[in-house]
Design a protein around this ligand. Structure first.
Ligand code: PEP
Ligand code: MN
Length: 370
């Protein structure tokens, strides 16, 4: 059961709700604050055996002062879940960047960091286009042990320093274990917190529950959770819940295509039609990764790369974040060069994202009037 507290509720009202809940043996009430850029939502969750919760009448809480709504929750992903139309999705703010339903952020950058020159070129082009968010892979989990595994902690100092120099506020960076989280924390501190980092869970680690728990226990960084490529959406949502259940509500859920040969010739079957599904089922901002979905640089007869078209699909569906691979010289990239856009394509991509987002907002406004 989830009790949503009125924003104007007094501290005493909140205390009363907690006390009434605690009167039920076997039930632990827990308070959660979701702090978005525009609104903070406070919820009190009743934790305990379903058999006991079932016996607690909703009226017990709905008639208390300071209660906005009482919801009975049937999904297992209780914390990340959006339980009904009225359940709010406040999003979150990190390092001055707001993640919520009212905007979209382009995270354009290197799949894998290779040289300071390339990191500098990407970041200065981002700055020239007014973008403050990027992706930079330092730790690369690869299909083959003989492929480039990423530069690891060695590249963190200059990557963060360059980010600071170019006004980058968030770097999305994949991690596969706890040691890497500490390395990022240390390097960031040593850089004088020159930038911020969003820790990324790759599709291959979507069910690495120990990693997910560690990402949930650290309160420093938000997490970009990528859907598992070969599991159901429901399984991915339950896995993602591990992060929230360990205490970190700052999560973005990322769609990146799913593995099936029915998606050929694209690398994965693009699943961006699931953006509205994830938005309905969870209160998380949703990201799309067109680069790892499409995996190649073919142009359609209209001159646009398939990757652009797929960016459009994600944005027109209301994605809050887009993750795109770029490289100054894709043929020399050490990882995923075949899908990397050249920096010259960045201004057009920015224009495209803004235009599609504007079209999306127009049609949403029209839908709200019907
Ligand atoms: C990546 O974003 O660099 C990556 C490896 O993606 P995925 O986990 O979706 O394959
Ligand atoms: Mn990649």
């Amino acid at each position: 059961m989830i009790i949503t507290v009125d924003p104007e509720a007094t501290e005493e009202s909140v205390r009363t709700i907690l006390e009434v809940a605690a009167q039920h043996p076997g039930i632990t009430p827990r308070k959660y604050d979701y702090r978005g850029a525009n609104t903070t939502v406070t919820e009190i969750h009743l934790i305990g055996p379903a058999e006991i919760i079932r016996t607690i009448p909703e009226k017990l809480f709905s008639e208390l002062p300071g209660v906005r709504s009482v919801l009975r929750v049937s999904t297992r992903y209780r914390l990340i879940g959006r339980h009904g139309q009225k359940h709010q999705s406040p999003g979150f703010e990190y390092n001055g960047v707001a993640f919520d339903e009212s905007r979209v952020h382009l995270f354009a950058g290197l799949c894998a960091v290779d040289t300071p020159e390339n990191v500098g070129k990407v970041m200065s082009e981002l700055a020239a286009n007014g973008i403050t968010t990027t992706r930079m892979g330092a730790y690369k989990p690869r299909t083959s042990p003989y492929d480039f595994q990423g530069l690891g902690k060695e590249c963190l100092p200059w990557t963060f320093e360059l980010a600071g120099k170019h006004g980058i506020k968030i770097v999305a960076m994949e991690v596969t274990n706890e040691r890497q989280i500490e390395e990022i924390q240390d390097a960031l501190r040593a850089s004088g917190n020159a930038t911020g980092v969003m820790l990324q869970v790759g599709t291959r680690n979507a069910q690495n529950f120990e990693l997910l728990k560690q990402l949930g226990q650290q309160g420093t960084f938000p997490v970009l959770f990528k859907r598992g490529m070969g599991i159901t959406l429901e399984e991915s949502l339950n896995a993602c819940e591990y992060i929230a259940s360990e205490g970190n509500p700052q999560i973005v859920f990322c769609l990146r295509g799913v593995k099936t040969h029915l998606g050929d010739p694209h690398r994965n079957m693009v699943d961006f039609a699931h953006v509205p599904v994830v938005r309905r089922q969870t209160k998380l901002p949703v990201c799309v990764d067109p680069s790892h979905s499409v995996g190649r640089l073919d142009r359609a007869p209209d001159h646009l790369f398939d990757i652009f078209h797929v960016v459009g699909q994600g944005v027109i569906c209301g994605a809050s974040m887009v993750l795109v691979d770029f490289h100054p010289d894709p043929k020399t990239a050490l990882c995923d060069g075949a899908q990397a856009l050249r920096l010259e394509q960045l201004p057009l991509l920015v224009e495209y994202v803004n235009k599609v987002r504007a079209a999306y907002e127009d049609v949403c406004a029209a839908a709200a009037r019907t």
